[in-house]
Design a protein around this ligand. Structure first.
Ligand SMILES: *Cc1c(COP(=O)(O)O)cnc(C)c1O
Length: 449
């Protein structure tokens, strides 16, 4: 089998293998890496999935992209180690399920991607005797998922910049109570300031020797692991091989891309529901064929989905023959009718999100948080319009305990703290405060030479 190469969505001619794409993060022309082809899993392979565990399915899905880059036994170990937690399918009614992706160490679905990416990076770096510093800015969830994923790994240090006043205490503690190779910086400023500082450091020639890398959602290493849980969920709710409807609460569209990759690899899917909050640039595009980013993005209660220009749309367009650059300029329209065939896009207001949390609890005793509620509301709309379809799976991307205030107000239930977060409040915090100037960050980074 020849090794799958990755190309840049902006059209740069160089092709790289998975290792190159993973360590580079972004292509040299600022495009995103996409696999040149999607290996298809045979119906027989997929038929065996109901008897397999999560990490065994992950092996089948991911291995074809790696070829011989990673030894078989090493990959098996990594997957076992990364996916050591439960992935429950909760039945809501009839054949309608919630896929709870919130049981990882930071209680959001970002753990799935970050944990495998961290292990693969460490493997390749070790092989080459290299080390790396991951420099990343966060508004909350990504920073903690990445910090936990890289925690304790050799050869990699993680510096996380977060806006001092914009993260919740629990989100902060998820980053600051680790220690070891994790270096959190509380920055005086907003998330945008943190991101600007990080970008400046990446292009600073005086810091070249530091091997800075980012771990944000554009890295292809975060994309492939997100194809796995679609196969897993399908194997559990449709062991006979029927088509399944998946509803995906979407912000930067990495999660949905994972599903579409699964589809291209042969997963029987009836439809993907792409459910956004009031940042509805994608649903509007699907209706009109005109793409207009929303600037600035709208603040909704599903805050991890407040994205006015999702970077993964470049990949989505490329999948359907189109081309979009990093600024959102469309150089070539994708095949809209093919997209509509496979994706149903819908925007859910905050009002509907709250109503959905209330109703899911009163009707089914199911506790949703705002992101998962957007997904569920999207599914309900789809079923209303196109008739009942079973089986159907809606993705729940975070633990309700991350958003206690909203949920207590809407349902009267105080969501219990998952074990992963239970001891957070007692642990000792370690972080530095930093003013928002680049000079301060640069001084700090020079200390890592
Ligand atoms: C990041 C995030 C999302 C959105 O996922 P994308 O891949 O960016 O579309 C949804 N829910 C939660 C809880 C998240 O943290």
């Amino acid at each position: 089998m020849s090794l799958i190469k990755f190309f840049s969505t902006n059209g740069h001619l160089d092709r790289v293998d998975f290792k190159g794409a993973l360590l580079a993060g972004q292509a040299p022309d600022k495009g995103l890496y996409m696999p040149e082809m999607f290996p298809s899993l045979s119906p027989e392979t997929i038929r065996n999935f109901p008897q397999m565990s999560y990490h065994q399915i992950a092996y089948q899905v991911i291995k074809p992209y790696l070829g011989d880059l990673v030894e078989e036994s090493a990959l098996e170990e990594m997957l076992k180690d990364a996916y050591s937690y439960e992935v429950p399918l909760e039945r809501v009614y009839d054949g309608k399920y919630l896929l709870r992706l919130d049981r990882g160490p930071t209680c959001s679905f970002k753990d799935f991607a970050a944990r495998l990416m961290g292990r693969l990076m460490q493997y390749f770096l070790k092989e080459e005797g290299r080390s790396m510093i991951i420099l990343t800015a966060t508004s909350g969830d990504t920073g903690s998922a990445v910090a936990h994923a890289f925690y304790g790994l050799e050869n990699i240090k993680v510096i996380v910049l977060f806006p001092e006043r914009e993260v919740t205490e629990r989100q902060r503690r998820q980053m600051t109570t680790l220690g070891e190779n994790i270096y959190p910086l509380a920055v005086t400023g907003k998330f945008d300031d943190c991101q600007a500082l990080v970008k400046q450091a990446f292009v600073d020639p005086e810091l070249k020797g530091l091997e800075l890398s980012s771990a944000n959602s554009i890295n292809v290493g975060r994309l492939l692991p997100q194809a796995v849980y679609y196969f897993y969920a399908h194997s559990r709710v449709a062991p006979g091989g029927e088509e399944v409807v998946f509803s995906v609460p979407s912000g930067n569209f990495g999660d949905l891309m994972g599903g579409l990759i699964a589809l291209k690899m042969g997963l029987p899917v009836k439809k993907f529901v792409a459910a956004t909050n009031e940042n509805d640039e994608f649903p509007r595009f699907m209706q009109t064929g005109v793409y207009e980013p929303i600037r600035p993005s709208r603040n909704c209660i599903s805050n991890a989905m407040n994205v006015g220009h999702p970077s993964n749309l470049a990949r989505l367009f490329s999948l359907y023959g189109g081309q979009m650059d990093e600024t959102g300029q469309v150089a070539r329209q994708p095949d809209l009718s093919a997209m509509r065939e496979e994706i149903y896009a819908v925007s859910i207001s905050d009002e509907e999100t709250r109503q959905t949390i209330r109703e899911a609890y009163s009707q089914y005793k199911v506790l949703l948080e705002p992101h998962g509620a957007v997904g569920w509301a999207g599914l309900v709309r789809y079923l209303k319009e196109f008739g009942d379809w079973s089986p159907a799976v809606s993705l729940e991307t975070a633990d309700p305990a991350k958003f206690p205030d909203e949920i207590v107000r809407l349902t009267g239930v105080n969501p219990s703290l998952p074990p992963a977060m239970a001891s957070l409040d007692e642990k000792e915090e370690n972080f530095l405060n930093m003013d928002g100037s680049y000079a301060s960050l640069k001084d700090y980074l020079k200390g890592f030479f």
